[in-house]
Design a binder for this molecule. Sequence first.
Ligand code: BGC
Length: 512
Amino acid sequence: MSNRVSWLDNAVFYEIYPQSFKDTDSDGIGNINGITEKLGYIKELGCNAIWINPCFLSPFGDAGYDVEDYCTVAPRYGTNDDLIRLFGEAHKLGMHVILDLVPGHTSVQHRWFKESMKAEKNEFTDRYVWTDSIWEDTKGIPVISGISDRDGACVVNFFSIQPALNYGFYNPDPNKKWQQPMDAEGPIATREALKDVMRFWLSAGCDGFRVDMAGSLVKNDPEQKGTIALWQDVRAFLDEEFPNAAMVSEWGEPDKSIIGGFHMDFLLHFGPSHYNDLFRCEEPYFSKDGKGTAKEFIAKYKENYEKTGGKGLICIPSGNHDMGRLSQRLDEDELRLAFAFLLSMPGAPFIYYGDEIGMRYVEGLKSKEGGFGRTGSRSPMQWDKTVNAGFSAASPEKLYIPLDSDKNRPDAESQMNDENSLRSEVKRLIALRMSKTALQSRGKIEFLSDGYPMVYKRSDENGAITVVINPSAEKAEVLCADANKIIYTVGGKAELRDGKIFADGCTAVFAE
Ligand code: BGC
């Protein structure tokens, strides 16, 4: 179990896809100095932490999740010094920055992989998971083959340009010598190399990591016991050298990840979470039609919450670079309620850049750098009404990904000047969360209703807040004996009388 990193208790993260945030050198692609320039914007919104997608040297076959050198910022984003300056400037504003750590695989361009492809045995021969013979039947496990002098094929971790790093096998097949146990020399060296990468950036001032595919490291590990043990070893290293480093896993099984020493785990949009039932299906729960359901989402959430001993350190994102935009199926009123929910749940909320202004999924874009259907959620941030929406001074055809071409596209500046805008609503909801510890990461949650409306109570030693989320157009009436005043309302009107909350359709209510 990890020590507590106190700033996570009230963290509200802003996820930045660096390619598309702000370009300060007019080459059509965002950069680190652009992020530094916009720290004030993020702070003004109320977010106090940032997660930056991989910004390291890479051939960009998977938008940087194919790392060529973990310790060098990609020149298109700037230099290591720029990133270190960003850490410093963020800290001056009381903000924290976590980087994206991709421990499961590298790019085929990484020096480790190039060395491991050589026929002669060397330091990196066992850095990746290689079979002994190129002809070996891997029983459907995807491999890279036929590209090296070395005999054998290399197991793939995601796309076929992302060879799997070797952390060993939990249950190695005794007839397959290449399936090394976790404590063999090669896997131990890989693990130490991972610690060196973490040490490098933590010493440079970064505040922690979002860990990509954190559950994928040890192979043949059906219950992930080996992977958990591996992370516990990393935890021991962090406790020793960097006790204040925050660790957030992309795992989707908070019981495993928290035992492994992570502070928080992401709720994944795929797999069994039912996250998409809320926002991204034919009939989302958050639609005014009121035909959706949150029942399975809540059941699964509760199951995970209980498995973590009621710690509930589950981070629910508004979106991310891997899924459609939140606004794809929800209109502005519905988005407000989605944010009322997202910003009042336990665990640290993550706002994907541009979701706070309702940026749209850009349809019909050609895939960029392994984005495929994800490309439409990765378009440039819309800052204002100037050329290229203030993202870049490059000519429009040079932009890394085209902008949303809709002439009514939302922009940050207009919304900052309008107190009725979605962004102003998000800002108020963040401020509300910051003012009530019960609404923050560690406050308890108890669900009182899983239909329309959804009702839950958040509480801690400082008090209790009842949250009523009523996305449907129908009015709602909720028994609420223990609250005596409404502290915030989103959408329509609400009233607290005779021990009941009466809420208009498409309205959220906070009462204490
Ligand atoms: C990242 C993706 C990436 C994949 C492989 C994911 O979880 O979020 O963007 O393609 O890992 O690294």
